[in-house]
Design a protein around this ligand. Structure first.
Ligand SMILES: *[C@@H]1O[C@H](CO)[C@@H](O)[C@H](O)[C@H]1NC(C)=O
Ligand SMILES: *[C@@H]1O[C@H](CO)[C@@H](O)[C@H](O)[C@H]1NC(C)=O
Ligand SMILES: *[C@@H]1O[C@H](CO)[C@@H](O)[C@H](O)[C@H]1NC(C)=O
Ligand SMILES: *[C@@H]1O[C@H](CO)[C@@H](O)[C@H](O)[C@H]1NC(C)=O
Length: 570
């Protein structure tokens, strides 16, 4: 009797649907504990694969050659600890050892923030440095401005939990000083170019903008709670600018342009990751904040997934509504350009987050924008709102669940029996390639499984926001004067650390006027309240002479104009 009941359910489902969901079930059950253990193994001082890492330090991977990933990245660490904080604070795993790990992480970040590195000191841009040695000393890198945003968001999740437990004094004394440093950095520097999360392009980056926005919304609320009221309006003002800026990345071809640097299609996992890492179920399917089930995010995801259907052999033969393996971006050539676990799990997670919201609001809205996504499952569907009482709602929920489970099943198919997850999957033969035991791969698996289980992360305040796009980020007018003696043919130029100063590119450096020779002068609009480094350059045809170290540095005022009088450093 029982057997025939099971069989009759079975025949109602397409064979592949049955298979995908049972594979995903089994994989989530077996891989969840391994993924948690895999993350913890990569955290010092006692993780089994993290030997040599200081307390609270997350290694990216134990791999030391081809590639060498035995470093700690601010971004990866923050995402890994966001996962651990969620495990603990959402009651998924309340093991006291997790709390010790979080305390260690907090202590390590307090040290890292103080390191003077190539991006600057604590107060002059050093927080943008993405990567450090695992003994908490500097590695030579370049600014990636998502780190402070992600770290402060993780620490604020932890702070909000502790406040709810009545432990406000620890938040005020220990967490807030670290959080305030990061939020100050975000508020002051979000409008500067950044290296993207893959560390390749220097421009504006959708992912970075989106996570910066979230951190300032969280920060404004926490600052208010802690009585730091003087900071609230600046955080909110900058967050309003960021929310407007987020909208500008939309490409009407159906995706968010991941980076503004150009030279690529702009289709990139950066956007799918942005959607899952800023999921806020209280905001429903809000498009302004690019919620996972928003029409723009669904179309973006479909465009992104489709970009990988034809470029990996392993994806051959799958129908347009079947899951495939995905990678970072279609033009990727790193290690030959392979599928990644992080990105394949991210697609599944976006779909699971969407299912959470549709089931909770008991309806699915199909718009002209999201129509192509829903047509994957129902070719005759039209725009409209489908309530949970309709058969369209029921079948879409089933179909999207199957589709999502397909991405998990795809990852499962290329996971060895040990459960270990590397960075990449060879696009030709499915074996694991690049860094072994990538900490972020484990975190990505765990967050996808949690979303599949219907677990909802804490709200960050995405609900009810509206666009306030009047005005622009403030700039101030700075006149740079420099005394420099030159010979015929030589001219003085300036370049520096912001777009307005050409991002250090001497080929496009700004010319100064010699009207008051030997004083050379130029007036430039630069971001307000920002620390800017610059140098003068003497150029004669193809001969470029930089002035001597160190870099010049100014911090611009909040408004008005400003003059600097320099002397050429020889
Ligand atoms: C930290 O680690 C790096 C890389 O292994 C090493 O070069 C450096 O000497 C170490 N610094 C300290 C203070 O141990
Ligand atoms: C507050 O939380 C911190 C960090 O986990 C912990 O060390 C401290 O004992 C807690 N204080 C109280 C009163 O619970
Ligand atoms: C700075 O902000 C303005 C307005 O939002 C935007 O147009 C510009 O592209 C931004 N630049 C960078 C480098 O973020
Ligand atoms: C699979 O392909 C990778 C390159 O993508 C190669 O390094 C590896 O040796 C291949 N493994 C097998 C079993 O063919």
């Amino acid at each position: 009797m029982l057997l025939s009941a099971v069989l009759s359910v079975c025949v109602l489902l397409a064979p592949s649907a049955w298979a995908q969901s049972s594979v995903a079930n089994a994989y989530a059950a077996s891989e969840s504990p391994l993924a948690l253990a895999g993350m913890l193994a990569n955290i010092g001082p006692s993780g089994s694969l993290s030997s040599g890492a200081d307390s609270g330090v997350v290694i990216a991977s134990p791999s030391t050659v081809n590639p060498d990933y035995l470093f700690t990245w601010t971004r990866d660490s923050a995402l890994v600890f966001q996962t651990i904080v969620n495990q603990y604070t959402l009651g998924i795993d309340t093991d006291a050892d997790l709390r010790t790990e979080i305390d260690n992480y907090v202590a390590a970040q307090a040290i890292l923030q103080q390191i003077t590195d190539p991006s600057g000191t604590l107060t002059t841009g050093g927080l943008g440095e993405p990567k450090f040695y695992i003994n908490l000393t500097q590695f030579v890198g370049r600014p990636q401005r998502d780190g402070p945003a992600l770290r402060s968001s993780t620490l604020i999740s932890w702070a909000n939990y502790l406040i709810s437990e009545g432990n406000t004094s620890y938040v005020t004394d220990t967490l807030w000083p670290i959080i305030e440093n990061d939020l100050g950095y975000v508020a002051q520097n979000w409008n500067l170019s950044t290296f993207d999360l893959w560390e390749e392009l220097y421009s504006s980056s959708f992912w970075t903008t989106v996570v910066q926005h979230k951190s300032l919304r969280l920060g404004a609320t926490l600052a208010q709670t802690l009585g730091q009221t003087s900071l609230v309006s600046n955080y909110e003002t900058q967050a309003d600018f960021l929310l407007c800026f987020i909208q500008s990345y939309w490409n009407t071809a159906g995706f968010m342009t991941a980076n503004t640097a150009g030279g690529r299609s702009g289709i990139d996992a950066n956007s799918v990751l942005a959607s899952i890492h800023t999921f806020d179920a209280t905001a429903g399917c809000d498009a302004l904040t690019f919620q996972p089930c928003s029409d723009v995010a669904l179309l973006n995801m479909m465009t992104y997934v489709d970009a990988f259907r034809s470029i990996y052999e392993l994806n051959d033969g799958f129908a347009p509504n079947e899951a495939v393996l995905t990678g970072r971006y279609p033009e990727d050539v790193y290690m030959d350009g392979n599928p990644w676990y992080i990105t394949t799990f991210a697609v599944a997670e976006q779909l699971y987050d969407s299912l959470i919201v549709w089931k909770s609001q008991k309806s699915i809205e199909v718009t002209e924008t999201s129509l192509p996504f829903f047509q994957l499952f129902d070719s005759s569907i039209t725009a409209g709102t489908y309530a949970s009482s309709t058969s369209t709602f029921t079948s879409l929920i089933d179909d999207v669940q199957t589709y999502a489970d397909g991405f998990v099943a795809a990852a499962a198919n290329y996971t060895p029996s040990s459960g270990s997850l590397s960075e990449q999957i060879s696009k030709t033969n499915g074996s694991q390639v690049s860094a072994v035991d990538l900490t972020w791969s484990y975190a990505a698996a765990l967050t996808a499984f949690n979303a599949r289980a219907g677990i909802v992360p804490a709200s960050w305040g995405a609900a009810g926001l509206s666009l306030e796009c009047t005005g622009a980020p403030s700039t101030v007018s700075v006149t740079f004067n420099v005394m420099a003696t030159t010979v015929f043919g030589q001219n003085i130029f300036i370049c520096g650390s912001v777009n307005a100063l050409q991002n250090w590119d001497p080929d496009t450096a700004l010319a100064l006027s010699a009207a008051d020779y030997p004083t050379w002068s130029v007036t430039v609009e630069v971001p307000a309240s920002t620390t800017i480094q610059y140098k003068y350059v003497n150029i004669d045809g193809s001969t470029i002479i930089w002035e001597a170290d160190p870099n010049m540095e100014i911090t611009t005022p909040a408004s008005g104009s400003f003059t600097v009088n320099d002397v050429w450093q020889s």
